[in-house]
Write a protein that binds this ligand. Structure first.
Ligand code: NAP
Ligand code: MG
Length: 478
């Protein structure tokens, strides 16, 4: 098969990066109380991007107090329609600065520019637009006779795979419902959260309504431990989610957890295979597989297994891996060295267990963290690669003979975030979808997101919903 060589097409915009960033507390940039800082790097080059103030427990305390003051003094007293104006302003600013934010997201986290530009940033803006519209219509979201009341101060802790989008998922509904926020971005990707703080400042939000405190896991833990938040909204690993749930049990603090996943992606023999292959590729290789709802367990009907494997082998050979800032890049950088090591370790376990590894033929860049698009055939349910979340561009392929077997295998996981089904039979799509225990089931498509549509998990994938009218309930009392 011939493939085309693409000339480099690097994104030319370079965002204005400050040398140093402070903490954004009470509407102002502040140094950490103990002066501690950390660096964020570009995972594609390992180059240092900026030095960031590190929030320790004393700074967390200042931020939570500022959020409390912002809540009591300003935000809860504002007319809902006025809250909406501020949120619309944030949405517009994200849209206006979309290109710069996309570049920033790509530089800090390694996601390909075509994805940050066409998905992360526009979807983040869409969430602010959507929830701005709800701010003065909350009674319509409530059951009859109930009055919409905010919760108060919300602590938001987000991971590194979709930094700005995960922040938007939490901040937009929180603000619309009249709450104030303390946001803790992930250690490796603080830059778009800090850009959002600049936007919040330029949009002239009252002080303390949104606070951004970069740091690491200890900062997140300090926010949970603080006790001054009325709600914690967490997106991240199941392990940390469980720790937070244990810590907050019985405290009366509201909690939502968006955790890991190991989604089944089911391909029936009667599926339109051309489209299904594209769906499978999108399902696992989007954002290098750093996706909680990635279709990471492919269940293929035995009759078409060999054909699917042959087509997938051909297809991944055409994926372009490399500079995330190049507009032609499909597979960007792995977010961190630690994540690359985790992927590597799980892939080695797959080989040791006897599964067969297929990888895209490519040369990895000399610097930076990269892993080729990969899949395993001959995977057994008992293999770690079939059970554990890899969170990288690695697909595990299993087979089934009957729909019942597909359903049983799909549900044989402690997770339940998402699933996908490919079949030409409409009724099969419906009843299989009903039998799958997953928060989102995509039929003949994958990775579709809309702010009006709720997203969230079952079992070890967490509880609570983000997005849509359901997402409002998580930020309202009663
Ligand atoms: P993680 O280690 O749980 O980190 C998530 C966030 O929590 C980060 O900001 C992290 O800070 C912070 N944190 C770490 N330890 C903490 C503690 N003890 N207390 C409070 N906060 C703490 O997860 P990750 O490995 O970065 O992210 C990947 C995971 O997120 C995957 O499992 C993925 O499936 C999940 N995820 C789920 C969804 C969803 O919607 N369900 C969406 C995206 C990702 P530092 O990063 O600074 O250490
Ligand atoms: Mg970084």
């Amino acid at each position: 098969m011939t493939t085309f060589e693409y000339a480099p097409a690097p994104e030319s915009v370079r965002p204005h990066l400050r040398e140093r960033y402070g903490l954004f507390i009470d509407g102002a940039w502040q140094a950490a109380q103990d002066g501690r800082t950390f660096e964020t790097i570009d995972p594609a080059t390992e180059a240092r991007l900026a030095e960031i103030a590190y929030a320790s427990a004393a700074d967390v305390d200042r931020a939570v107090r500022a959020a409390r003051k912002g809540y009591e003094k300003y935000w809860r007293k504002l007319k809902p329609a006025d809250r909406a104006k501020y949120i619309f302003r944030i949405a517009r600013a994200i849209t206006e600065r979309g290109r710069e934010l996309a570049v920033l997201e790509t530089m800090d986290g390694g996601t390909p520019i075509k994805e940050s530009r066409d998905f992360d940033i526009p979807t983040a803006a869409a969430h602010f637009f959507y929830y701005a519209g709800w701010a003065d219509k909350l009674e319509w979201a409530m059951r009859a006779g109930r009055t919409p009341e905010p919760l108060g101060v919300c602590g938001a802790i987000v991971p590194w795979n979709f930094p700005l989008l995960m922040a938007a998922w939490k901040i937009a509904p929180a603000l619309a419902c009249g709450n104030t926020v303390v946001l803790k971005p992930a250690e490796t990707t603080p830059l778009t959260a800090l850009a959002l703080a600049q936007i919040v400042q330029e949009a002239d939000l009252p002080p303390g309504v949104v606070n951004v405190i970069p740091g690491d896991g200890a900062t997140g833990a300090a926010l949970v431990e603080h006790g001054g938040c009325d709600k914690i909204a967490f997106t991240g690993s199941t392990e940390v989610g469980k720790t937070i749930a244990r810590r907050l049990a019985g405290s009366g603090t509201r909690l939502t957890l968006e955790l890991g996943g190991k989604a089944a992606h089911i391909v029936f023999a009667d599926a339109p295979l051309d489209q299904a292959i594209e769906g499978v590729v999108n399902g696992i290789y989007f954002n290098q597989g750093h996706v909680c709802c990635a279709g990471s367990r492919l269940l293929v009907e035995e009759r078409v297994h060999d054909e699917v494997v042959a087509r997938l082998t051909e297809r991944i050979a055409t994926l372009r891996l490399g500079d995330p800032l190049d507009k032609n890049t499909d597979i960007g950088a792995i977010n961190s060295r630690a994540q690359l090591e985790k992927i590597d370790e799980l892939v080695r376990s797959g080989i040791a267990d006897g599964a067969e590894l297929v990888q895209q033929p490519c040369t990895l860049p000399e610097r930076g963290f990269f892993f080729p698009a990969s899949f395993f055939t001959g995977v057994q349910q008992s293999h770690r690669i079939a059970r554990e979340e890899i969170f990288g561009p690695v697909l595990s392929i299993l087979t089934f003979r009957t729909p019942d077997e597909a359903i049983e295998k799909a549900n044989n996981t402690p997770y339940g975030l998402s699933a996908g089904i490919w079949t030409d039979t409409g009724s099969k799509n419906m009843w299989v979808a009903q039998a799958l225990r997953a928060g989102v089931v995509w039929c003949n498509t994958f990775n579709q997101f809309d702010p009006a549509s709720p997203f969230g998990g079952y079992r070890e994938s967490g509880f609570g919903r983000e997005g849509g009218v359901h997402g409002l309930y998580e930020y309202l009392a009663g």
